[in-house]
Design a protein around this ligand. Sequence first.
Ligand SMILES: Nc1ncnc2c1ncn2[C@@H]1O[C@H](COP(=O)(O)OP(=O)(O)O)[C@@H](O)[C@H]1O
Ligand SMILES: [Mg+2]
Length: 422
Amino acid sequence: MKVIVIGNGGREHTLAYKLLQSSRVTQVFCIPGNAGTATLERCQNVPLAVDHFEGIARVAIEQQIDLVVVGPELPLSLGITDYLQEQNIRVFGPNKVAAQLEASKSWAKSLMYEASIPAAHSGTFSDIESAKTYLQKQGTPIVIKADGLASGKGVIVAHTEAEAQQAVDELFAGGFTKLLIEDYLEGEEVSILALTDGLTIRPLLPAQDHKRVGDGDTGKNTGGMGAYAPSPLVTPELMERIQQEVLEPTLQTLKNRGIDYRGIIYVGLMITPSGEPKVLEYNCRFGDPETQAILPLLETSLIELILACLEQRLGEFPPIAWKNESSVCVVVASGGYPDSYEKGKVIKGIKEAESEDVIVFHAGTICKDDHILTDGGRVLGVTAVSESFETAIEKAYQAVNLIQFEGMYYRHDIGNRLLGKT
Ligand SMILES: Nc1ncnc2c1ncn2[C@@H]1O[C@H](COP(=O)(O)OP(=O)(O)O)[C@@H](O)[C@H]1O
Ligand SMILES: [Mg+2]
């Protein structure tokens, strides 16, 4: 089989790497890919934007592609699945209507209400005045969310009324026409990525990420500075509860809305101090960097799982097999990220860092004149798999220490909350 993977992040390098582990996959084309996918055996990049649907369809037809796997939310929310399906090209990922699960937080919230899914109470507002009146009534802490794709920059957790008011002003001024104002939830966050064929929904291993840029979970929010799996917070009992209270009703309500969802449903959950799982948001695709931590543990063939979803055989599919090990991904970023940063720095030591237990997934990298250069905020995801989290963390950092580029930045405490050190 020949497969196209859409995207250029660490998630897409991981998907390409994992797909190629199956002998059924003969070739992967990554659109546009990065230096990691360019140098992966039987994988090549095609320099097209992720929203250039016409170009992507042309490559799929010319190369006689069997399947397109979509990484990022942008092309999904723009309807890449609908576009390619119209041309009889097989796609793993939800269509435009279903992608609203991520692209519109108010659409997702109404689904949660309809399905009685545990989540924070919220209101939706289309003008500044009514948003501010509601804020005054609710007090702080409170969470303001833009109703649209915002690359992780559309949510403000406000601790004072001034911050909350400012968030409302800024989001409306920034062009959003609708906001959600949501009750603040305490607890610890987990990410549940589930596969669905539209009839059955089955979770992958639970993961947790570190969203803040600084050690000790401080500073600005980022796309994610590291992740680990399986999260010990999600016991088998809690996973069963998530299945019954969140995953099943989500799928059922999508069905009720006439949506045939074949892809990934990613649920961002807050596990409250009393142990209750509450939904913060949905994403309509694999998480980044959670995928870099989860997929190296997957023993079942990824392509077989994806085909089972597309052919609606997930219900009969054998249990998903996992390595009984722990995985930790440390993200290596460009200094300055998530604000401005420089690109084009030569990266050294990637080969030396890789070993039997360590994989270096590329994110913002590019090949130029036999060098690998930085080309984005998040540059690499260094993933170690080992028998315990202690040794996985140690191996990941030993590998990170072998990598060098000017301005290289990473957090030193990925996974430490597992060891009770925070
Ligand atoms: N109701 C809430 N209570 C507390 N924190 C929240 C709440 N909603 C979101 N957050 C915080 O804000 C982050 C981003 O919110 P999320 O809904 O996941 O939006 P996005 O990923 O699109 O930016 C979450 O990961 C969480 O840390
Ligand atoms: Mg989120």
